[in-house]
Design a protein around this ligand. Structure first.
Ligand code: ATP
Ligand code: MG
Length: 244
């Protein structure tokens, strides 16, 4: 197992936002966490990436307990992150933002740059543009491209489809699939449950700080309770079973 979150509890002051969550991610998988606003998805990702401290429990990555490791060391260890709200550097060019993603690495980064521009041709067209003047969707592409520059073993994505038009959502999901096909494991947080479940191999459903369900993503797509709560009831088409 590449990433294992073991019974974590996380507090904001006295409020327990995460009440004992366990998540496992195997090498090569796309795993998704779905759940309503405030369920604890971002907090779970922040705890994995080291931006929030644990009250108890542990995070094991690549065989090592990283629960107390500082965030930048986790990036060096191979945990790539594209945070919610993007977090790009607005006053820097697209190109320099990408280079910043490789800050923790020494040596030649040209292969990763080529890959980022290949995955996101839009970034290649705009490599000298200031990141702050890019559209929302372009900034999202840049955030993912920048995370890939660190050559992560696992890519943590927090709502990559947020605020994007349907066509762009489809594109972003296709690119995530391509990133996974090229060998990067993905842990994806999404409110866009339908698309996340179509993309992912396995999924966890979060409700108010706890995991209420975990299964193969295709099984959750067909689960009546999940459909009612997260997929707009029975209105959608039944999923083609087992497809990713
Ligand atoms: N900095 C903070 N201080 C206090 N409470 C917080 C803080 N950040 C998050 N919370 C609370 O923790 C809970 C989980 O929030 P979190 O951001 O993890 O949810 P989420 O599942 O990512 O939601 P969304 O889908 O809206 O992004 C919520 O009740 C939220 O109000
Ligand atoms: Mg969130």
């Amino acid at each position: 197992m590449l990433l294992e979150v073991k019974d974590i509890h996380v507090h904001y002051g006295k409020i327990e936002a995460i009440k004992g969550i366990s998540v496992e991610v195997n090498e090569g998988e796309i795993v998704t966490l779905i759940g309503a606003n405030g369920a604890g998805k971002t907090t779970t990702l922040k705890t994995i990436s080291g931006l929030r401290p644990l009250t108890s429990g542990s995070v094991i990555f690549d065989g090592q307990d990283i629960s107390k490791m500082p965030g930048h060391k986790r990036v060096e260890a191979g945990l790539g992150q594209a945070p919610e709200g993007r977090g790009i550097f607005p006053g820097m060019t697209v190109h320099d933002n990408l280079l910043m993603g490789a800050y923790a690495r020494s040596g030649d980064v040209s292969a990763e740059l080529t890959q980022a521009y290949e995955l996101f041709p839009r970034l290649a067209e705009r490599r000298t543009q200031f990141a702050g003047t890019m559209s929302g969707g372009e900034q999202q592409m840049l955030a993912i491209g920048r995370a890939l520059m660190a050559k992560p073993k696992v890519l943590l994505l927090d709502e990559p489809s947020m605020g994007l038009a349907p066509l762009l959502v489809k594109q972003i999901f296709e690119i995530i699939e391509e990133i996974n096909r090229r060998g990067t494991t993905v842990l994806l947080v999404e409110q866009n449950a339908q698309q996340a479940l179509q993309l992912a191999h396995r999924a966890y459903v979060l409700e108010t700080g706890s995991i209420v369900k975990s299964a193969d993503a295709s099984a959750l797509l067909d689960d009546p309770a999940v459909r009612a709560a997260y997929l707009g009831g029975d209105l959608g088409e039944p999923s083609p079973n087992g497809q990713h």
